[in-house]
Design a protein around this ligand. Structure first.
Ligand code: GLU
Length: 485
């Protein structure tokens, strides 16, 4: 039975790369009908926070990347937070110490810096020189008596080739001589990630470690610990880095790196998931839009690239607008509501009563949306009586016949006691044309500008029917009094 895990450190919010790693784990687990586990790796006490754990969880849920076991869900292999597992790590550290595979080190930061310099001067790779390896109990006691707090280092066997058989990268080899004896427990008694991750993956019976390529260089250290403790190795899969379009490390310049930002902007979770799946993985055919079920079916490590994936915000925008257009109108309208409330266009308690009307509003503009947060700007005309005009259109309303148009319209509106639908709006326009003799562009352009403030936009009859009689009258009155003198 396949068991995989996503193991974020709660030292920041959910990163785009982290979400992609979580997604690949999720897809693999679903495909194999295995188990997907969420484990929180919070051994970095200074940088970890409850808040970022909460945001990570919320964002994963928002993306519908659901886990079967772990934090918030429980399971047979818990606890699932590293800081709640300290007693477990201790047992294994003691085992290594007893077997002489790990040792206490009292070197001060100054000494370490000096060792580093000396190695560099000799043209060697800086690493720990093993100074405390053979320390006697007496020597240790003397140092402890001086109040020095040791770290615990793992004794790295020299001259060994460590091979990682990676499902994506193939065989990758490391020379153990390049790795100095590394710290596994800090002087505050807390184990470091490279140690805890091995104990956790082993005890949680993880079969496949799927994670970002930035962890490939940690893997030989972890393999050494697996071996020292006699644990069986899991399979490894290191998914490629995500770079910006200019092939430099993904950063703010390329678009935000936090999932949360995309949610706030009004990207749809389906679009983000679809986009993330294609960051490194490619399907066999030309298909670009995938449901989660299709991804589960088609995902494979064979088709995950070794070279970095490029984060292309234009592609994400394009995908998002596709999902906005194709999703059920009801769903999109619901998702737009918070933005309309934030903009002060509607009150929360009016939403249900106005929902059918809101759907029409959203429908008229959704083709033009890239992200949902654009909705207030695009629909302002349906909520406000006063409009602002684009500067270059002001002169169009100064033309002589405009006042005549307004009067004819107002008269016809006044005489109407029916609900104005698209059809009736069309008839009113026709009648205006007849009574004023103004037609074509001379009729439609000033009307559009008066009603929407712009020269382009949604279909005008539709605009009239959504605005309704009262707002149309108010709008035209406003223009008449303020804009055409
Ligand atoms: N806690 C590590 C991180 O957030 C996870 C590494 C791993 O998956 O082994 O990068």
């Amino acid at each position: 039975m396949e068991r995989v895990r996503f193991a974020p450190s709660p030292t920041g919010y959910l990163h785009i790369g982290g979400a992609r790693t979580a997604l690949f784990n999720f897809l693999y687990a679903r495909q194999k009908q295995g188990t997907f586990i969420l484990r929180i790796e919070d051994t970095d006490l200074q940088r970890s926070s409850k808040e970022s754990e909460e945001v990570i969880i919320r964002d994963l849920q928002w993306l519908s990347i659901e886990w079967d076991e772990g934090v918030g869900k429980g399971g047979d292999y818990g606890p699932y937070r590293s800081t709640e597992r300290l007693h477990i790590y201790k047992e294994y550290v003691e085992k290594l110490l007893e077997e002489g595979k790990a040792y206490y080190c009292y070197c001060t930061p100054e000494e370490l810096e000096q060792q580093r310099k000396q190695l560099l001067e000799k043209g060697e790779m800086p690493r720990y020189t093993g100074k405390c390896r053979e320390m006697t109990r007496k020597e240790r006691e003397a140092l402890e008596a001086r109040g020095l707090k040791p770290v615990i280092r793992f004794k790295v066997p020299q001259n060994q080739t460590i091979s990682v058989n990676d499902l994506i990268r193939g065989k990758v080899e490391f020379d153990s001589s390049g790795i100095g004896d590394f710290v596994i427990v800090k002087s505050n008694g807390i184990p470091v990630y490279n140690f805890a991750v091995v104990i956790d993956d082993h005890l949680m019976k993880i079969t496949n470690v799927i994670r970002g390529e930035e962890h490939l260089s940690n893997t030989p250290r972890q393999i050494l610990i697996y071996k020292a403790l006699g644990f069986e190795l899991p399979k490894f899969a290191h998914v490629p880095l995500i770079l910006g379009k200019d092939r430099t490390k993904m950063s703010k310049r390329h678009g935000s790196t936090w999932v949360e930002h995309y949610r706030d902007q009004g990207y749809l979770p389906d679009a983000i998931v679809n986009f993330l799946a294609l960051l490194g993985w490619s399907p066999e055919g030309e298909q670009e839009f995938f449901t989660i079920e299709e991804l589960v079916e088609q995902f494979s490590f064979d088709r995950v690239a070794k070279n970095p994936a490029i984060f292309d915000i234009d592609k994400l925008n394009w995908m998002n607008s596709h999902y906005i257009k194709k999703s059920p109108l009801d769903k999109i309208t619901r998702l737009c509501v918070p933005y309309l409330i934030d903009a002060g266009f509607i009150q929360e308690d009016e939403v249900e009563a106005k929902f059918e009307w809101l759907k029409q509003v959203v429908e008229t503009v959704r083709e033009s949306l890239t992200v949902l947060s654009e909705i207030p700007a695009k629909t302002e005309i349906f909520f406000k009586d006063k409009i602002s005009l684009e500067e270059e259109n002001v002169h169009i309303l100064k033309r002589e016949h405009v006042k005549e148009l307004i009067n004819a319209f107002l008269k016809l509106l006044d005489e109407t006691d029916r609900h104005i639908d698209d059809n009736l709006a069309k008839q009113i326009f026709k009648k205006v044309q007849k009574t004023t003799g103004v037609k074509g562009k001379n009729l439609y352009m000033p009307m559009r500008i008066m009603l929407t403030g712009k020269t382009h936009g949604p279909e005008l009859f539709k605009v009239c029917s959504i605005m309704g009689k009262e707002r149309l009258i108010k709008r035209l009155e406003y223009v008449k009094q303020n804009m055409i003198q």
